[in-house]
Design a protein around this ligand. Structure first.
Ligand code: FAD
Ligand code: FMN
Length: 763
């Protein structure tokens, strides 16, 4: 085969090595525009896992790399005058130049031809290289090949908010070191690590506006180095900062481009490494991805002898998934470092925990495997604060109590509101008693009712319960009394009005589908139907609004009578108040439409009326859709403002959901996919939040809580499958103090015995 690699970075060099090893008769040439000893950057890091992958691919180069590596386990974080260390992270650092030289030597020994100082132009692909069997476009993040056929590869390039500069220093750091330093214009952070006997990498990063405010947009290399040396002098111990960018054309400070491509393959040309995809340096995975791309493609070429196109197709489908996962983790990490000011109010312990778990790939249990004492220290810290006094034992965060006004929850697991569509004329019945009773007995700290409607016309379906008739009060009281008398759980009533999404069939007959017969008229902010099938709502007048305010007020008065511990106003998912909040369905031109302030006016009026009749010592929550997932709709920016407004009106908790406000929504699903919104609302608006959405295991719950991304975690579908979710999670974690109903204690004892015998329960 005749193979051409455009670009002699890690991707091109490593692929040429692996292919030449497979079959020495391949004719492989690597074209590199730089000289062999000329490169940008300083050291790069790999995890121990990446090293293991290299061992399987090419032992000699892996050994040379290993010999040149600096290895360390600890991460040191310097924040607000404290240094906090977490161990067991297993990283290696190597000079980028050293790595390239090792790969160049190995490639040369195997007979790969390398043409340095040789810049390839895209026209060469169709002229000089027209007879090549395979062309590897390993030409880095500014890939000319990708740009030339952009209409085919369909790249998306998202230039991020921070500016960074990749410097070196002779100061030897003992650990992977993160330094956070605040100036009068904002935060700067350093990512520093040793990579050989004399040098450490020293990457300085800050928000673009902070960078401009310091005049760094006009700084040359010496001024940049001078500024950074002064700013971080106390950590440099008199050592200089070094730059190797002076002789290169590129600017000192860079904005990281997040690159994804719809496809990486065009005929016999394949994008590889940074040309195809980038992963932010803060998770140290760019070189890893480049090398692993090379391993995967070499394997597929071997599996498909004489059929390059089949090999490229198989390569792309195999690698895309792994790359997407790393890029998702890198995105979380990038955004964390772009928003350091959001986490500034956190105490150093929680700040560090939040930083370590920022990519959502490292969880609580994962951290425990790395450094048990660090995690136990965090659990103590969390438990002490939750209890308001020092605790004897570290306890997983989900079992720490939580207090809001006069309400005390035994733990932080919540049964999320879920419609059961089982009421008749709005009256809850035995099904509700058993359903909510079972979940209260199952150990969650707080059980939510499903959306309970403030009027018959405000129901979603004929099966939805209400709080608009005296009969409803008595029926709910029976449920509440059971929960209070027979369990340690508290119970929250979710109140709402369906608005434009009302008068539909029960869930299992089709979501949001109008009734076949007996539909009732709908109300909404504007004449915007949920879908072409649904009714166009009547535009609410001032009198209609006053009616809805009264209905909410009355429902809350009855909630007091029924004995509920908490009330939540449902202002999410496209129902009436949500329809006012989002510009997608609120097209009003009066004081209730237009600006966010106007769109908030009616929902706030409703909330204030409720708060006024709800006891002062009992908390109130508001559920919001923190993102519409539609261009032109609400985003997390508005969610923070909405949360601030409800907080000012007396809300104690924001229940942070997302979407379901438009049929055009394109949600980005994934594990814990709405939690970043709970994090943002909590830490920017300064109000307690509840995270919800695809939170399925206790490890996720503990990580979310310990990191301060939310104060409570709501699980919906997991509680339909298992009312005893909390008790099983307690058993799996060895948390014997979890409350169980007395009649079930024999089951608790057996479950604990089985777990000790290492038959772990799957939770
Ligand atoms: C500040 C910073 C820190 C980083 N830290 C880490 C880290 O700790 N760990 C990690 O794994 N990764 C890290 N990376 C990422 C890593 O550097 C890249 O992901 C990796 O180098 C990608 O390898 P590559 O072979 O795809 O591209 P590159 O290494 O960019 O190589 C591309 C090569 O192609 C050459 N080239 C381009 N166009 C042409 C042309 N037309 N003709 C000839 N030659 C051409 C270039 O000169 C270059 O040598 C970091 C990146 C940055 C910016
Ligand atoms: C059957 C069902 C009914 C639901 N009904 C409601 C509801 O009445 N009120 C509400 O705010 N959310 C409702 N939701 C949304 C859930 O509270 C939750 O936000 C969503 O299911 C995501 O959480 P999960 O991934 O843990 O299931 C419902 C979800 C399900 C599955």
């Amino acid at each position: 085969m005749r193979v051409v690699c455009i670009g002699g970075g890690p991707a091109g060099l490593y692929f040429s090595i692996l292919l030449k090893k497979q079959d020495p008769s391949h004719d492989i040439v690597v074209y590199e525009r730089n000289r062999p000893y000329d490169t940008f950057g300083w050291g790069v890091v790999f995890s121990d896992q990446t090293l293991q992958n290299l061992a399987g691919a090419d032992e000699p180069s892996k050994q040379d790399i290993l010999d040149a590596f600096a290895h360390w386990d600890d991460i040191d974080v310097h924040f607000k005058g404290r240094t906090i260390t977490s161990g067991g992270h297993g990283f290696c650092g190597i000079g980028r130049k050293r790595l390239l030289n090792i790969l160049q030597d190995r490639a040369r020994d195997l007979g790969v031809r390398m043409e340095f100082e040789s810049e390839i132009e895209v026209d060469d692909l169709t002229t000089r290289f027209a007879d090549a069997d395979l062309i590897i476009a390993s030409d880095g993040l500014n890939s000319k090949v990708r740009s030339r056929w952009a209409d085919h590869f369909k790249p998306s390039i998202d230039v991020r908010k921070n500016k960074f500069v990749w410097l070196g220093t002779t100061r030897m750091f003992d650990a992977f070191t993160f330094i956070f330093k605040k100036t009068e214009h904002g935060w700067f952070q350093v990512h520093a690590y040793r990579y050989d006997r004399e040098h450490s990498t020293f990457i300085v990063e800050t928000r673009e506006e902070t960078w401009r405010a310091h005049g760094l947009d006009k700084a040359d290399a010496d001024e940049t180095v001078g500024f950074c040396s002064d700013l971080f002098a106390e950590w440099l111990d008199g050592h200089p900062l070094l730059t190797n960018m002076r002789h290169l054309r590129s600017s000192q400070w860079i904005s990281f481009p997040r690159i994804t491509c719809e496809t990486w393959v065009k005929d016999n040309v394949v994008l590889m490494g940074d040309a195809a995809h980038t992963a932010h340096f803060s998770i140290g995975s760019g070189t890893k991805l480049a090398l692993e791309d090379a391993i995967a493609l070499a394997r597929e070429v071997e599996k498909h002898p004489g059929d390059v196109r089949a090999a490229l197709g198989a390569y792309e489908s195999e690698r895309k998934i792994e790359v997407l996962k790393i890029q998702a983790a890198a995105r979380n990490s990038t955004e964390w470092f772009e928003n350091v000011s959001r986490y500034e109010p956190l105490e150093p312990e929680q700040f560090v925990y939040s930083m370590l778990t920022r990519s959502q790939r490292i969880s609580h249990e994962n951290l425990r495997l790395r450094d048990r004492s660090f995690v136990e220290g965090m659990e103590r810290w969390f438990g002490d604060r939750a209890a308001g006094r020092p605790q004897q034992m570290p306890v997983p965060p989900m079992f720490a109590p939580f207090h809001l006004r006069g309400l005390s929850l035994a733990n932080r697991v919540v049964v999320s509101p879920m419609a059961t569509y089982s009421a008749v004329d709005g009256t809850p019945n035995d099904f509700h008693l058993v359903h909510y009773g079972a979940r209260a007995l199952g150990g969650a700290g707080l059980v939510y009712t499903e959306m309970t409607c403030v009027s018959a016309e405000g129901r979603i379906t004929p099966g939805c319960p209400g709080m608009y008739d005296r009969a409803h009060v008595a029926a709910w009281k029976r449920v509440v009394e059971f929960v209070h008398e027979r369990s340690e759980a508290k119970i929250c009533l979710q109140l709402g009005h369906a608005g434009p999404k009302g008068s539909t069939k029960v869930g299992w007959e089709g979501y949001d589908v109008p009734l076949d017969a007996g539909n009732w008229p709908l109300w909404g902010p504007s004449p915007v139907a949920w879908s072409a099938e649904n009714q166009v709502p009547r535009v609410m007048t001032a009198a209609d609004m006053a009616t809805v305010v009264d209905q909410h007020r009355q429902a809350v008065q009855w909630a007091v009578e029924a004995g509920f511990d908490m009330v939540e106003l449902h202002a999410a998912h496209g129902y009436l108040l949500s329809a006012f909040l989002t510009p997608l369905t609120n097209k009003r031109t009066d004081a209730f439409g237009g600006s966010l302030e106007n769109r908030l006016r009616f929902p706030l009026e409703v909330f204030r009326a409720m708060r006024a009749v709800w006891p002062v010592d009992r908390p109130m929550a508001v559920r919001i859709s923190a993102h519409d997932w539609v261009a032109g709709g609400n985003t997390a920016d508005e969610a923070v403002e909405i949360a601030r407004a409800f907080k000012a009106a007396g809300a104690d908790l924001i229940d942070v959901s997302a979407g379901q406000t438009s049929t055009a929504a394109k949600p980005v699903y994934g594990r814990m996919f709405q939690t970043p919104f709970a994090d943002r609302v909590r830490n920017e608006a300064g109000i307690a939040t509840m995270a919800v959405g695809n939170i399925t295991d206790f490890d996720q719950v503990n990580s979310i809580l310990a990191a301060g991304r939310a104060d409570l975690c709501a699980l919906a579908r997991p509680h339909l499958a298992d009312p005893n979710w909390t008790q099983r999670a307690a058993v799996a974690q060895g948390h014997a103090a979890q409350w169980w109903p007395k009649p079930y204690l024999a089951g608790k004892a057996q479950a604990e015995r089985l777990t000790v015998r290492e038959v772990p329960l799957q939770v």
